[in-house]
Design a protein around this ligand. Structure first.
Ligand code: 2AM
Length: 485
């Protein structure tokens, strides 16, 4: 009898190919297909050569015919219209109970729409985040599936076997939630990744420009940091990058233009945080920092015209490096607290049941933000699944307390030296705002009431009652309900 596939995968770029090889390693039979058919044969004669668990298809009909029922088809194609186009091409070949999975970086509103669209046709749909890059896809990514809950049992075995495992052997893949929840969590992961990278880059600039450390010295600093609480993939690769020299002995990092690219997931996180009204300030600053970096020519011009500080660092460099480590750790805690605040609000807004400890576990291995730190977040949610904010957990509160003097010294020193630390500084400002029982918004409300009669609530009355003052004696006492200056 002809061998049948457990799953089909469409899209043979490197992520798709590596996922197929990973599934094949775990004993699954996979049918490979691609829009450009020549890539199917290239794959079969290349990376997939000699594997009888990888079958090639040269048409969608052939692909479908090779699948066991209920059929599972995973798309690893470019996010956007390619996904919609393949869904339409697949539909005539599928029957009720079959499953389509989108493993690309789709925007979560598209996944919400597609889940519903296909549910109406009896087709199951999953939108899943897959993180870990090429290497992760090949040997164990973090997988964040959401969509139609009835689809999960069909794919759980394959996904959990190919996913990364924690040191305890737990798979970095679990059901995230309904419709767009998987892609939402992946988006948030990418936003947090922007924040982590920016924090590391700020620490680097402060050491490079403020303390005058060499690449080799910074390589050692990051390698040392990677042995402790900051132990993570991004710190590890930073140490590697700073130690890397080309054949001529030149540090490659110094040859790279300081203009950052971005593909949009950090921006989506920032935009969504504004829409939901959650202060995810660190990710937003990280996105803006990339935007500022991209203004290379303007910055070069401005650097010749705009004066900064004349101050130079004086003091104990080694002690200050330890201050920077602590400031980075405290800022990172704020960033993750903000990310989890965002997911909590999104769950409320979009009607998802998110398991926050589960999310931390999925990010614990395989993905770009994998770290020891995420194990601590998992523990915090295990201790208290209803934890309202990570900053209130005893463990994280304790760390922030011990890091706080260093954190303040680092931000203050950077301001004095004229070195930008937008992410460190916004983290500290958020922390000080969050722990402030009385912010200046009383004055802000007064201003709004003054110019727009927007009304205010009072500290000496129950919430929900609205008052207006005739501030000038000429404005009248009618309050505005729709006037929005
Ligand atoms: P291709 O090899 O035919 O270009 C990553 O780009 C993957 O997405 C590739 O497998 C690519 O197929 C596929 N892809 C990109 N845009 C597509 C589209 N509009 N329709 C179908 N597949 C597409």
């Amino acid at each position: 009898m002809e061998k049948k596939g457990d799953i089909a995968l469409i899209g043979l770029a490197v992520m798709g190919q590596n996922l197929i090889l990973n599934m094949s390693d775990h004993g699954y039979t996979v049918v490979a297909f691609n829009r450009t058919l020549s890539k199917v044969d290239e794959f079969l004669q290349g990376a997939a050569k000699g594997r009888d668990t990888i079958l090639g298809a040269h048409s969608l009909e052939e692909m479908i015919g090779l699948l066991k029922k209920p059929r599972k088809v995973m798309l690893m194609v470019k996010a956007g219209k390619a996904v919609d186009e393949f869904i339409e091409l697949l539909l005539p070949h599928l029957e009720a109970g079959d499953l389509i999975i989108d493993g690309g970086n789709s925007h979560f509103p598209d996944t919400i729409r597609r889940t519903k669209y296909l549910a109406d046709k009896g087709i199951l749909y999953i939108g899943t985040g897959v993180s870990g890059g090429e290497e992760g896809a090949r040997h164990g990514p973090s997988i964040m599936p959401g969509g139609n809950p009835a689809a999960w049992p069909l794919i759980k075995g394959i996904f959990q076997s190919i996913a990364a495992k924690t040191a305890d052997g737990e798979p970095c893949c679990d059901w995230v939630g309904e419709d767009g929840a998987g892609h939402y969590v992946k988006m948030t992961h990418n936003g947090i990744e922007y924040g982590d990278m920016q924090l590391i880059c700020e620490a680097y600039q402060l050491m490079r420009d403020g303390l005058g450390l060499t690449n080799q010295e910074m390589h050692s600093v990051f390698a040392e940091w990677n042995k402790g609480e900051l132990d993570s993939y991004l710190i590890e690769i930073t140490a590697d990058i700073l130690g890397y020299r080309d054949e001529s002995g030149t540090h490659v990092v110094d040859l790279i233009l300081d203009s950052a690219g971005q593909k949009g997931t950090g921006k989506w996180t920032g935009i969504n945080s504004l829409e939901l009204g959650v202060p995810v300030t660190l990710i937003a600053e990280a996105v803006y920092a990339r935007c500022l970096s991209a203004l290379k020519d303007e910055r070069v011009t401005a650097s010749k015209l705009l004066k900064g500080s004349q101050a130079v660092f004086q003091g104990d460099r080694q002690a200050f490096v330890e201050d920077i480590r602590k400031a980075l750790l405290a800022s990172k805690i704020v960033s993750y607290a903000q990310g989890f605040m965002l997911m909590r609000e999104a769950a409320r807004e979009y009607g998802w049941n998110l398991n926050y400890g589960g999310v931390a576990l999925m990010w614990r291995g395989g993905c770009i933000i994998r770290s020891v730190f995420l194990g601590k977040i998992k523990q915090a949610y295990d201790r208290n699944p209803a934890l309202s904010n990570l900053l209130l957990d005893d463990y994280f509160r304790g760390i922030i307390e011990s890091c706080q003097p260093s954190w303040r010294r680092v931000v203050a020193k950077a301001v004095e030296l004229g070195i930008p630390l937008p992410a460190f500084a916004t983290a500290l400002a958020f922390y000080d705002g969050y722990r402030c029982a009385r912010l200046p918004a009383n004055l802000l409300q007064a201003q709004r009431d003054y110019f727009g009669a927007h009304t205010y609530e009072r500290v000496d009355r129950a919430r929900g009652q609205h008052f207006h003052t005739n501030w000038t004696g000429t404005g009248g006492s009618v309050s505005a309900s729709t006037y929005t200056v």
